[in-house]
Design a protein around this ligand. Structure first.
Ligand code: NAI
Length: 251
């Protein structure tokens, strides 16, 4: 499905990104594991290499355009081309109601979760215009519906849907497809951190679980499988689309 494809995964050192790197590598891709946390990116790349796969780690701050440009250049310098990208790095909402959210808190989330995706898409498309490619942006159920105490995150993730649709209209002619994956709740370190600090932890968890009609939270592997499909030729007529992997959360 993705054999010999060179694919960047941002946020590849943890959670959904890490599972995506492992899945792509197991299926023959050459993976650039990109993360702000350089140590976790190295651990992920070394684990792949130890299993006989091909992966290289690189540090990136997706909120910094120069850093993103350098990441794309590094991928091309390392493996000679760029076929795919998973713009997945992200941070959680500030977890405050709108009237208490400061401009700094707003900007922190927008810089990473929205501008970060813009910078990645911009530099990936520049490279992919040469030979075509496929891009997947990790959005969220919060990219399609509202969520309490999350105006920063919901705005950013809706913006990711906007980027995905707008860019799809520009790049199809170059053989580039761009889609989003929209996960429901997956118990990654990011989510666990937030819920652990929630004063009504058990109540919040039960309510959230009930909103997932399959009756449980998702697994990172279930999201990684969907991302790989969107990167592969199996989805060759799919572009500009959100793919919900959310156990029915958005129904
Ligand atoms: P995670 O916290 O396990 O992984 C996120 C990774 O992104 C970390 O390795 C972190 O170091 C990296 N990162 C953070 N800021 C960065 C930056 N500025 N530059 C580069 N890397 C940076 O979280 P998880 O859950 O795997 O999240 C991945 C994506 O999935 C995020 O975009 C998140 O919004 C999205 N998502 C997650 C859901 C969940 O329930 N876990 C649900 C819906 C969407």
């Amino acid at each position: 499905m993705v054999e010999d494809k060179v694919i960047i995964v941002t946020g590849g050192g943890s959670g959904i990104g890490r599972a995506t790197c492992d899945t792509l590598a197991r299926n023959g891709a050459k993976v650039i594991v990109a993360d702000l946390d350089a140590a976790s990116a190295h651990v992920a790349a070394e684990a792949i290499t130890a299993e006989g796969g091909v992966a290289t780690a690189v540090k990136v701050d997706v909120a910094d355009e120069a850093s993103v440009e350098a990441m794309v250049a590094f991928a091309v310098a390392t493996y000679g081309k760029l076929d795919g990208a998973v713009n997945n790095a992200g941070i959680e909402m500030s977890n405050k109601p709108v009237h208490e959210l400061s401009a700094e808190e707003w900007r922190r989330v927008i810089d990473v979760d929205l501008s970060g995706v813009f910078f990645c898409v911009k530099h990936e498309v520049r490279e992919m215009k040469k030979n075509g490619g496929a891009i997947v942006n990790t959005s969220s159920g919060a990219g399609l519906r509202g969520q309490i105490n999350a105006v920063d995150y919901v705005a950013a993730k809706h913006g990711v849907q906007g980027i995905t649709k707008a860019v799809a209209t520009e790049v199809g002619a170059f053989g580039i497809r761009i889609n989003s994956v929209n996960p429901g709740l997956i118990m990654t370190p990011m989510v666990r951190d937030r819920l652990m600090h929630d004063p009504v932890f058990d109540k919040a968890l039960d309510g959230l679980r009930q909103r997932h009609h399959i009756g449980r939270f998702g697994e990172v592997q279930e999201v990684a499988n969907a991302i790989m499909w969107l990167l592969s030729g199996q989805s060759s007529f799919v572009t500009g689309a959100p793919l919900l992997v959310d156990g029915g959360y958005c129904v």
